[in-house]
Design a protein around this ligand. Structure first.
Ligand SMILES: [Zn+2]
Length: 305
């Protein structure tokens, strides 16, 4: 498809998505969220504009939280400061998505060289980004009007240490504030390229669950913008470091089916401040079985299991 035709197709897709979200109920009701086994939208539960999406890295909210985009009050980037390349990327998102206007990097923004020097190195960044500091960065963003947070699950989808650290920080704040937390109910294989790499474990956990729709065309269209963003710093050495970290701003597989697709389970981790995952045997087993990924061996950021 020519670039212009693709752009028009994406705009059309987003217009349909936004209007479907509007007509499905009161307020900003998301057609992409439903109770399991029921056709009705969860308009009242999620469409009140009091939902935060909190994700570790810039691409995680697209990979793991897309059904909640229409209802998010803010998109909070929680496990590193944003490099200028990230700001440039999100400014290419179609204005109908209103993404840039809702984007809130909890660590502020940094320059490309600092990002290359510190944040591509798991041990250097572990000194800065850990459960306590993530919690401190998130605290002022969880304002009194916020009722729920959509974030990473306890096992970090496929085990990423910073996904888990964000999950721990969010659950702590949710208990403190008496609010809800939701997350994807899938167990994922690293870089999973087939639908069978995204395994629904929601029912097994016994936690309350809903279902959210991930539109593959929309995900691929936005992903293509990440894949077209090649990181660059001011010196050859730093640019090499960036590209060794990731050749593009998309840090997951770019294969056609490398994401949770269609109707996906989302589980409730915290209900009005009560952490439902504490003592849950299936959640405990998943956290134990899935080895933490990308953790600095000499400076682990997670509590030992
Ligand atoms: Zn991530």
């Amino acid at each position: 498809m020519r670039q212009a035709t693709r752009a028009v197709a994406l705009l059309l897709l987003i217009a349909l998505w936004v209007s479907a979200a509007r007509v499905s109920g009161a307020g900003a009701a998301p057609a992409s969220l439903r109770a399991i086994g029921e056709a009705q939208s969860l308009a009242e539960a999620f469409g009140d504009g009091r939902t935060l999406i909190v994700f570790a890295h810039q691409d995680d909210d697209l990979l793991w939280m897309l059904p909640f985009w229409p209802v998010a009050d803010r998109f909070v980037l929680a496990a590193y400061p944003a490099a200028p390349a990230v700001r440039r990327l999100i400014q290419t998102f179609p204005s109908e998505l209103n993404y840039a206007g809702r984007w809130s990097p909890a660590w502020g923004e940094t320059d490309d060289d600092t990002f290359a020097e510190i944040f591509t190195d798991r041990c250097k960044r572990a000194a800065i980004v850990n459960v306590a500091t993530i919690e401190a960065r998130l605290r002022p963003l969880v304002t009194a009007d916020i009722r729920r947070i959509v974030t990473h699950n306890n096992w970090g989808e496929y085990g990423h240490a910073e996904h888990r650290a964000v999950n721990i920080a969010v659950r702590t704040l949710a208990v403190e504030r008496g609010i809800d937390v939701w997350a994807l109910g899938d167990r994922v294989t690293v870089n999973g390229e087939a639908p069978s790499d995204y395994v629904d474990v929601a029912a097994e956990t016994g936690l309350p669950a809903i279902t959210g729709h991930v539109d593959p065309e929309l995900l691929r269209a936005l992903r293509s913008r990440y894949l077209a963003s090649i990181p660059v710093a001011s010196t050859a050495e730093l640019t090499t470091r960036l590209r060794r970290w990731s050749p593009t701003l998309w840090t997951w597989s770019g294969a056609p089916e490398a994401f949770p697709m269609g109707w996906q389970p989302f589980i409730q981790l915290v209900a009005r401040g009560r952490d439902l995952t504490v003592g849950n045997p299936v959640v405990t087993r998943l956290v134990r079985e899935i080895a933490p990924h990308n953790q600095c061996p000499s400076r682990p950021i997670l509590p030992s299991p």
